[in-house]
Design a protein around this ligand. Structure first.
Ligand SMILES: NC(=O)c1ccc[n+]([C@@H]2O[C@H](COP(=O)([O-])OP(=O)(O)OC[C@H]3O[C@@H](n4cnc5c(N)ncnc54)[C@H](OP(=O)(O)O)[C@@H]3O)[C@@H](O)[C@H]2O)c1
Length: 222
């Protein structure tokens, strides 16, 4: 297992400025901080993978939402997967693989009862897949479809952003559940990927001129 360097630092990406439109370099500031000694029932995680997701842009705005916005100086929000390299916890041992939502940083110290910390089992997929299809996007797809959408076998399901992390999983789960999956994506290449690689029944390019007619035809006529 990894030997800890005496002078090892935690590299963190801080939120430095609220963007208007697309975020620019000045919105982020790279920072180095000491890694604190662990208190009781804590772990130190070496981050291996970081997920970049669309919701992060929303958190940069100072507006009311289902989660509080980030404040200037915060570590940029985000979920990571990594390896436990130190532990004072009975629940985690050095070498455990975990997913944890503690932002853009190379080392994470957290309590072992942290709400958004979980062990991951690599038999279910790689460490990076635990940020994707067997991670938050996969769970969003699965529970959104089966517990919120509750579609019936044989129904047609239209999936927006079908080539993205959530949409691609939604369509594949839909096919397993016996639905007809129609994707919407931007551009012919993405549409081919959605149909040929992901196995959707059809996919429509929302950038094409006849998008609305195509959608109506596919949904209503089949
Ligand atoms: N990831 C999660 O766990 C999670 C959880 C809860 C909710 N959500 C929500 O679910 C939606 C999809 O998330 P995702 O994680 O699947 O995202 P993603 O993998 O980044 O896919 C987003 C898709 O949005 C489309 N898009 C439209 N306008 C875009 C733009 N200006 N820049 C980049 N992409 C653009 C792109 O497809 P086209 O090019 O085909 O338009 C892209 O594939 C988002 O609204 C997100 O907030 C995600």
């Amino acid at each position: 297992m990894e030997r800890m360097e005496e002078n090892m630092k935690n590299q963190r990406m801080l939120f430095a400025k609220r963007p208007f439109g697309e975020p620019e370099d000045e919105c982020f500031q790279l920072d180095e901080a000491d890694i604190p000694e662990l208190e009781d029932n804590q772990i130190l995680v070496k981050v291996c993978w970081l997920s970049l997701d669309p919701y992060m842009r929303g958190r940069m705005n100072d507006v009311k939402s289902y989660v509080a916005p980030m404040q200037i100086g915060d570590v940029m929000t985000g979920e990571s997967t990594g390896i436990v390299v130190k532990s004072t916890s009975e629940k985690f041992t050095v070498g455990d693989h975990v997913a944890v939502h503690k932002g853009w940083q190379s080392y994470i110290v957290c309590n072992d009862d942290e709400e958004r910390l979980m062990k991951v089992n690599l038999d279910n997929g790689s460490l990076s897949a635990h940020l994707g299809v067997v991670g938050m996007p996969g769970r969003t797809a699965y529970f959104g479809l089966t517990e919120v959408g509750k579609p019936l076998v044989g129904e047609t399901l239209v999936v927006a952003a079908a080539s993205g992390a959530v949409g691609s999983a939604v369509g594949q789960i839909a096919k397993i559940l016996g639905l007809r999956a129609v994707g919407i994506a931007g551009g012919p290449e993405k549409c081919q990927y959605v149909k040929n690689d992901l196995g959707f029944d059809a996919c429509i390019d929302y950038k094409a001129e006849n998008f609305e007619e195509e959608l109506m035809l596919l949904v209503l006529v089949g």
